[in-house]
Design a protein around this ligand. Structure first.
Ligand code: PHE
Length: 348
């Protein structure tokens, strides 16, 4: 029996060596260590042995059993490590693999344009200020020489906020950045050179208009300021922002808050200034950047300064339009800027 036990151990070890997975291991365990397994069968007759021998065999049998169980345990953890989805498998890392890079975002093209415009004007001494984006009727219209019920106000397609009127009239979503003019003059002694870039709102939507857009407003007030200074600053901006190939023109216009007033046009960036009228965006070669003019004496007065002493110019242009007119950008629908389409935004 002793020999048979030793043999059993060897058999077990040999069989175990070929075991490749948990299923096979379980079978081998049953075969040798199970209730009807080889070890049990072999030891069935131990009880019939003489005392001395029974003790010796019993002891050996226990040792063999322990040895088999230890071997089984070792094999089991070995398989655990190798098994797909095992810890070894999960925690294995290839240290030579390149790292994962989180995708990087960037500023929206309109935000980029705003910083660039701010920089361009900063270089010629214009300080960046921020007038409110929701403001009193007074700063948006009244102080700009547009009394209540004046028909000129209609051009601004204004959103009025449904709140009680205050001393300075109703509250509006600013339809232009010109509310900065009197606000700045009220608190600043000339010389004044500011740029106010802000969100503006008008009730309009089509290929070249959206209800929320941005404007940048320049204001310069000092002694002896003339149209020549205005023209110089506009040309400087156009050359710096658009490049030397774009042409600009001033058309006479009318604003209540400037006199004389102009509309500033620049050749279209999509068609390159073709006046045949076929361009989807400009329909005639020129795009209107926005208004400009010499600040009206009434506005200088409203700002608390003497129009006999001080004069100045102002201009107000759309940021989105300005960006769209840039050479090489060729956006033919302003709405694409706010569609949140990454395929578009990632190009900038
Ligand atoms: N505020 C005017 C507009 O929105 C533009 C403008 C600004 C005109 C300053 C003249 C001077 O159209």
């Amino acid at each position: 029996m002793k020999i048979e036990l030793e043999q059993l151990k060897k058999d077990f070890e040999n069989t175990l060596r070929d075991v490749k997975d948990h299923v096979a291991l379980e079978e081998v365990k049953n075969e040798f260590l199970g209730r009807k397994g080889k070890l049990k069968t072999l030891l069935k007759d131990v009880a019939t042995l003489a005392d001395e021998e029974r003790k010796a065999i019993g002891k050996l049998a226990n040792e063999i059993k322990d040895a088999l169980e230890t071997a089984y345990g070792q094999k089991e953890s070995e398989l655990d490590m190798r098994h797909p989805g095992s810890r070894l498998d999960q925690e294995w890392i290839d240290v030579t693999e390149p790292g994962k890079f989180p995708s990087e975002g960037h500023l929206h093209p309109v935000t980029q344009a705003i910083s660039e415009i701010t920089d361009i004007f900063a270089r010629v001494g214009f300080t960046s200020v921020r007038a409110p984006e929701i403001d009193w009727d007074y700063y948006v219209f009244e102080s700009l020489n547009m009394p209540k019920d004046h028909p000129a106000r209609d051009d601004w397609e204004t959103f009025f906020v449904d709140l009680p009127e205050g001393k300075k009239g109703k509250i509006v979503l600013t339809p232009h950045t010109s509310n900065s003019q009197v606000r700045v003059m009220e608190t600043t002694k000339p010389p004044i050179r500011i740029i106010n870039i802000n969100r503006t709102y008008r009730r309009q939507i089509d290929i070249s208009h959206i209800p929320m857009f941005h404007q940048f407003e320049g204001l310069m007030i000092d002694k002896n300021i003339s149209v020549v200074h205005l023209k110089g600053i506009l040309d400087y901006f156009a050359k710096t922002f658009f490049g030397p190939n774009r042409r600009t023109r001033l058309r006479p216009h009318h604003f209540r808050f400037t006199e004389p007033s102009f509309e500033v046009d620049i050749t279209c960036g999509v068609c390159g200034g073709n006046e045949n009228g076929n361009c989807r965006l400009c329909k005639g070669g020129w795009l209107e950047l926005g208004g400009a003019g010499m600040v009206h004496p009434n506005v200088i007065k409203a700002g608390g300064h003497d129009p006999e002493v001080y004069s100045g110019f102002a201009f107000g242009w759309g940021v989105e339009r300005t960006l769209m007119m840039r050479e090489g950008i060729k956006i033919d629908d302003i709405r694409v800027l706010y569609k949140n389409d990454l395929r578009f935004v990632k190009q900038f």
